[in-house]
Ligand binder design. Structure first.
Ligand code: ARG
Length: 463
């Protein structure tokens, strides 16, 4: 048992200081120092409000606001000594403020608590991250739109079950990801709008008897309004969970795309060539060029899912209002945010740099009987055959081609007519992959004309 003097911020009723293990489990300064700028912004807004409401003198508030800037610059330049005994960023800043400005520092904590303070700081931090993620998503989407524009009419196989299904366009495939990341962007923006209520002034849990002005601090910190219930304000971490859950869905999209890049860049596919800047070599096999960035994106996503589950688990059993469990919120969010930003940036870099191998895509597009559906549709359209029957006839033709070891367009008209006598030479037109994709002009379809419309729409939206 280490005997130490009691805590200078809350030690009034304590005779002895904490055990070293107690200090270790209790302290959050090792990670919550990342919220220093937010903590100081919150305290400066609070000090200004205390003076405006006549709770502290103008000169004390001025001293606090100035002193807080000094503390901030010390932290930013690395001249600040963080203390584990002072537990967290809130008490580290306040204790240093006392050293810098003396007695007036003791009035800063009037009408607030660390409970509303930490909720405010963390919200400000998450809000900045939501904005950063929104920017990174838009940069990635712009890179995808450029790829789509360049290859709006390049053909490639579309897959279901990772088996060749029907030809699609490269542009269409790129734009599918733009839709996915566009929904992520929407979720991030929704979360930001919903979270933008200020907890500051909820105090420990019940509000305060001081005549504080919560509208003023809320406005000062860029919030839309103060949060309406003090118990909820200090115990709500929905904003962190919404960040993690929207980050998880976005991460899942990144992982799916990373998986496609791994497959597409393999020697078996050769659909894309990744740039040297976003690949690595092997120390033993000289020929290798590995898609490590894509693999790491695919893998890092696990941390983001994990953070979401971890914080949901922390929160699920907590009675109102604040419990110390909630201190476990920050590391999860910090780690998820760092890795999401890294994954978004790496994906943007890979997409910008990669080149699609048009010839390989086209060769693959025509193999695997990819225009069988076009053939069946021709039988329906021209011979007025019921689709089920057309499906059957086409199946026989596929079996015949497979038996001969050729693709559908390589069958002769006589071969075709031996399966169904009314088939005419016109049928060969729909068996070409370019005609196939060009014909799929339904809204949202893969035809180049539709892809170019979507490219134009997103270019406009993304500015
Ligand atoms: N470091 C704490 C956290 O992150 C700050 C709030 C502490 N409040 C308290 N009543 N002990 O949650």
């Amino acid at each position: 048992m280490t005997q130490k003097s009691s805590n200078q911020m809350w030690g009034g009723r304590f005779a002895a200081g904490p055990d070293a293990i107690m200090e270790a489990i209790n302290a959050s300064i090792g990670f919550d120092k990342r919220m220093a700028a937010q903590d100081i912004a919150g305290s400066r807004a609070h000090a200004a409000m205390l003076a405006a409401a006549g709770i502290v003198s103008d000169s004390d508030a001025d001293a606090m606001r100035e002193g807080l800037l000094t503390v901030l610059s010390e932290i930013e330049t690395g001249d600040f000594t963080f203390s584990t005994a002072l537990e967290d960023i809130h008490m580290n800043v306040e204790a240093r403020l006392k050293e810098v400005i003396g007695a007036p520092a003791g009035r800063l904590h009037t009408g607030r608590s660390r409970n509303d303070q930490v909720a405010t700081d963390f919200k400000l931090w998450v809000r900045d991250q939501l904005d950063a993620v929104a920017d990174a998503l838009q940069a990635l989407m712009r890179a995808l739109v450029s790829q789509a524009e360049a290859g709006a009419d390049w053909v490639m196989p579309g897959f279901t079950h990772l088996q060749t299904a029907q030809p699609v366009t490269w542009g269409h495939h790129m734009m599918a990801y733009v839709e996915m990341f566009g929904r992520d962007l929407g979720r991030v923006r929704d979360a930001r709008a919903r979270m933008n209520e200020c907890p500051l002034g909820a105090a420990a849990l019940a509000g305060t008897s001081f005549p504080i002005d919560r509208e003023m601090t809320a406005q000062d910190l860029g919030f839309d309004r103060p949060s309406a219930n003090s118990l909820d304000a200090v115990s709500d971490r929905d904003f962190a969970l919404e960040f993690l859950s929207s980050a998880s869905i976005c991460a899942m999209h990144l992982s799916r795309m990373a998986e496609e890049l791994v497959i597409w860049s393999s020697a078996q596919f050769r659909f894309v060539t990744l740039s040297d800047r976003f690949s690595t070599g092997s120390s033993i096999m000289p020929q290798k060029k590995n898609p490590d960035a894509a693999e790491l994106i695919r893998a890092k996503i696990g941390r983001i899912f994990g953070a979401n589950v971890a914080l949901m688990t922390v929160m699920k059993g907590l009675p109102l209002a604040y419990s110390k469990d909630m201190q476990e919120d920050k590391e999860q969010v910090f780690d998820a945010a760092d890795n999401l930003m890294l994954a978004l940036a790496a994906m943007e870099g890979m997409v910008k740099d990669m080149s699609a191998n048009r010839e390989s895509l086209e060769a693959a597009a025509g193999s695997g009987f990819s225009t069988a559906t076009d053939l069946a549709d021709w039988l329906v359209r021209v011979l007025d055959m019921p689709f089920r029957e057309a499906h059957h006839v086409t199946g026989s033709l596929v079996a015949m081609a497979e038996g001969k070891g050729v693709d559908l367009p390589d069958l002769s008209l006589a071969d075709m007519q031996s399966v169904h006598s009314e088939i005419t030479a016109d049928i060969f037109e729909v068996l070409g992959v370019h005609n196939s994709v060009a014909s799929r002009t339904s809204y949202g379809g893969t035809a180049p004309v539709r892809v170019r419309e979507q490219v134009a729409r997103w270019k406009e939206l993304l500015g």
